[in-house]
Design a protein around this ligand. Structure first.
Ligand code: PGA
Length: 261
């Protein structure tokens, strides 16, 4: 399978930003202009409390835009105060869930093992997980990028069979590029994306690996998206800051639409 056979996927990770009204307005704007990025899967990941109104705004605007959670529990239900179960995300209209974002790993103690358990629970509930991996600046400067990403991919995706891996999106997000304005060069990103695809082949087969979409994340902006989109193993973007403006988010998506055309 060639790069152009994978449907690009551009997801907006709103993190803990916007309020009810601003979230609805942004979702309506993106959904209303969805045709500008034809051929690209679009996903909006609002804070959990805004999932329902955001899904409503997307439906009202008639946009084919998917909704995702930013995190989920590895449990199905029960006495886990403050947690959100994958079936609950499905229940309110989510198709995707971001798992193991570097902020969750560094600020909330998530590990490859916990991300792996969450990925399995998400898949069991029918969600498509977006599993994030990526090295810190210190790790890159120590020449450990390959070792770190290898451990994260193999640990976070352990035990997923070919069918599960095909439903999974991997997001390579170098931690030093997240929210810093320092984007990886297309060469740096492509090198790690090719590594990830090789690891996926090792977990399943080359055929399966060729079907998995691998997003790049970390300071993706309208002015750097086209160069990233031109790389053969970069199948989309996980966008933080720039996803908070409809113009910027759609411009990034458009860059990937050009690749799929
Ligand atoms: P950024 O965030 O685009 O603001 O760098 C990306 C992310 O954290 O997913």
């Amino acid at each position: 399978m060639t790069a152009s056979a994978r449907t690009p996927i551009v997801a907006g990770n709103w993190k803990m930003n916007l309020d009810h009204a601003a979230g609805i307005a942004l979702a309506a704007a993106v959904a209303g202009r969805r045709s500008e990025a034809a051929g690209v899967d679009l996903v909006l990941c609002p804070p959990a409390v805004y999932i329902v109104p955001v899904a409503g705004a997307v439906a009202e605007a008639g946009g084919d835009v998917a909704i995702g959670g930013q995190n989920a529990s590895d449990k199905e239900q029960g006495a886990f105060t403050g947690e959100i179960a994958p079936p609950m995300l499905v229940d309110v209209g989510c198709c995707y869930v971001i798992l193991g974002h570097s902020e969750r790993r560094t600020l909330f103690g998530e590990t490859d093992a916990s991300v792996n358990a969450k990925a399995k629970a998400a898949l069991a509930a029918g969600l498509l997980p977006i599993v994030c991996v990526g090295e810190t600046l210190e790790e890159r400067e120590a020449g450990r990028t390959e070792a770190v990403v290898t451990e994260q991919v193999n640990g976070s995706l352990a035990g997923l069979d070919a069918a599960a891996l095909e439903k999974t999106v991997v997001a390579y997000e170098p931690v030093w590029a997240i929210g810093t304005g320092k984007v990886a060069t297309p060469e740096q990103a492509q090198e790690v994306h090719a590594l990830v695809r090789g690891l996926l082949a090792g977990l399943a087969s080359a055929e399966t690996a060729a079907k998995v979409r691998i997003q790049y994340g970390g300071s993706v902006k309208p002015d750097n998206a086209a160069h990233l989109a031109a790389c053969p193993d970069i199948d989309g973007a996980l966008v933080g800051g720039a996803s908070l403006k409809a113009d910027d988010f759609l411009a990034i998506a458009k860059a990937f639409a050009a690749r799929s055309a």
